[in-house]
Design a protein around this ligand. Structure first.
Ligand code: SAM
Length: 507
């Protein structure tokens, strides 16, 4: 969620996504973004009109009464003055607000709500501002059913923009309880008024808002964070100070197995040495008996990247284990593991169902992480080949295959494009290719080598509808068809993230 917000602020002309009205039905507004690839402009404006638009019709610090007409892909309310959009947090379509203009740029501005004059019927009650302010839950103010529709509509509208409106999008698969689902927390640690605090950064800044209940995390993770915070205070550990690149503890990462209940604690430090690390480790183990792994990760760089490359195992195992659909997984500190276990099981079931394996197929799982999709499909395939860029994840994947006594998987370290090309040159003939790439989607080389491999079916798991639609267009041009509705699965309730599964079949 931070990526989108940062992209938007730094590069307003290339923000991804689209805005929607959520008054009666969700529909596209006249203002739209460039879907993350091209430029951003007001629709239907000529160059002369664009020039006229270069002067904002509002000024900073102005107070205005505004009616919200749209919801941006970031979950912000949009009000338009003439055709100039103002983005307003915690405001929903249909609501009228008194707003204070915070920033009035050339093409758009930001305002904050001073007073809400009416409530949208889609407004959720009992919300806490801090979750929206920090970006933990930017959709917290929208009722869950409307959140699910908001996500589905994002895909629909992006398809329309790409002239693929004939493709169907199924209703989003939601959660019964859409809170406290995250099995991983990455918590910044800072000194606030002379005391070490854990919390979350205020959106678009590194000002820490101290917090104990994180709303979307496993409540046991919240408790462990609090206990470790108190231990750090007791041992007078100094939190990291970004300005001076001083202090010791930068982040606290806690992972918890949804079924195993095993907990991993990672202390990310700026320094190689963490004073009293032995006493601190013992205190963590004593206070939290479910912690089976304590790791110090060293990150000496001046960077926003959380993890450094060096780890020191302080106590216990280097991995925790958990299960997904009954298959066990060892998870290392650096490995990607889906954060919502309940929805991931459902997602993988949908992938398996769409792969329609009979036991005779060769499958490629590109971007395989620790082999979760590969091992979920292996029982119904002849052979599964996985590729993943993080070496630790592939070590985990191989270990996971062994642990589950699954013998028909092969895992390779490298980029998807490198291995798709190698497999193609080696004459591999996959029946099914599964993609689950990061937000940037597939690069051209991956798409071209897939086309050369000519699988009868591609199952594409995407966490970014903009890059998904871009990639689907290319596959369609290359002779693939999409017959089944695209299925959004809500992996990240209360946030604006959209996950989905698409099946492409060779025409
Ligand atoms: C969205 S995750 C999916 C992982 C796995 N399928 C799962 O469900 O847990 C994407 C994975 O792609 C890996 N990755 C990123 N860039 C890659 C590349 N160019 N080639 C191969 N893997 C890559 C990341 O390390 C990450 O594990």
């Amino acid at each position: 969620m931070f990526n989108i917000a940062l992209l938007f602020l730094r590069c307003p002309q290339s923000a991804a996504g689209a805005n929607f009205q959520i008054v009666q039905s969700l529909r596209m507004s006249t203002w739209q973004f460039g879907v993350g690839i091209g430029g951003c402009k007001l629709l239907g404006t000529s160059n002369t009109k664009e020039k006229e638009m270069n002067k904002a019709p509002v000024t900073k610090n102005q107070e205005l009464e505004l009616t919200i007409t749209d919801l941006s892909y970031e979950g912000k309310g949009v009000a338009k003055i003439e055709r100039y959009p103002l983005f307003i947090a915690n405001a929903l379509p249909g609501e009228t607000v008194v707003a204070h203009v915070m920033k009035a740029g050339k093409n758009f501005g930001f305002a904050k709500v001073i007073k809400r004059l009416n409530d949208s019927p889609q407004r959720a009650t009992a919300i806490e501002d801090k979750y929206m302010q920090t970006g933990i839950a930017p959709l917290e103010h929208l009722k869950y059913a409307a959140q699910l529709e908001f996500k589905r509509t994002q895909i629909v509208e992006l398809l329309k923009k790409a002239h693929l409106e004939q493709l169907q999008v199924a209703p989003t698969v939601g959660m019964t309880t859409p809170t406290h689902y995250r099995n991983k927390a990455q918590i910044p640690v800072r000194m606030v008024r002379g005391q070490l605090e854990t919390g979350f950064f205020h959106q678009n800044s590194h000002r820490l808002i101290p917090m104990e209940n994180f709303l979307i995390q496993d409540p046991r993770i919240d408790e462990v964070v609090k206990k470790v915070r108190d231990i750090m205070r007791k041992y007078q550990v100094i939190a990291y100070n970004e300005d001076g690149h001083s202090g010791i503890l930068r982040h606290l990462i806690v992972r918890r197995g949804h079924y195993s209940h095993e907990v991993m604690v990672i202390l990310v430090t700026r320094t190689k040495r963490m004073p009293q690390s032995e006493q601190i480790t013992q205190a963590i183990l004593q206070e939290c008996p479910d912690v089976v792994s304590v790791i110090q990760n060293i990150n000496q760089e001046k960077t926003n990247v959380i993890l450094g490359s060096k780890d020191r195992l302080l106590a216990g195992k280097a991995q925790i284990t958990d299960t997904l659909n009954g298959i066990s997984f060892a998870i290392s500190a650096h490995s990607f593991y889906q954060v919502n276990s309940v929805q991931t099981e459902r997602l993988y079931q949908e992938v398996a169902q769409r792969a329609e394996l009979t036991g005779n197929e060769t499958v490629i799982d590109a971007y395989c992480g620790i082999g979760t999709i590969s091992l979920n499909l292996a029982a119904k395939a002849k052979q599964v080949y996985g590729v993943e860029i993080v070496p630790e994840a592939i070590a985990d994947a191989r270990k996971n295959a062994e642990m589950n006594k699954i013998a028909n998987t092969t895992f390779e370290v490298g980029t998807a494009s490198e291995w798709m090309t190698k497999w193609s040159q080696a004459g591999l003939k996959p029946d099914v290719v599964v993609f689950d790439p990061p937000r940037k989607g597939l690069d051209n080389e991956v798409i071209q080598s897939t086309v050369t491999l000519a699988p009868r079916k591609i199952v594409y798991v995407s966490c970014n509808p903009a890059t998904l639609v871009r990639d689907l267009q290319i596959f369609i041009q290359q002779g693939y068809e999409i017959k089944q509705p695209i299925l959004p699965v809500d992996q990240f309730p209360q946030t604006v993230h959209v996950e989905s599964v698409t099946v492409l079949e060779r025409a």
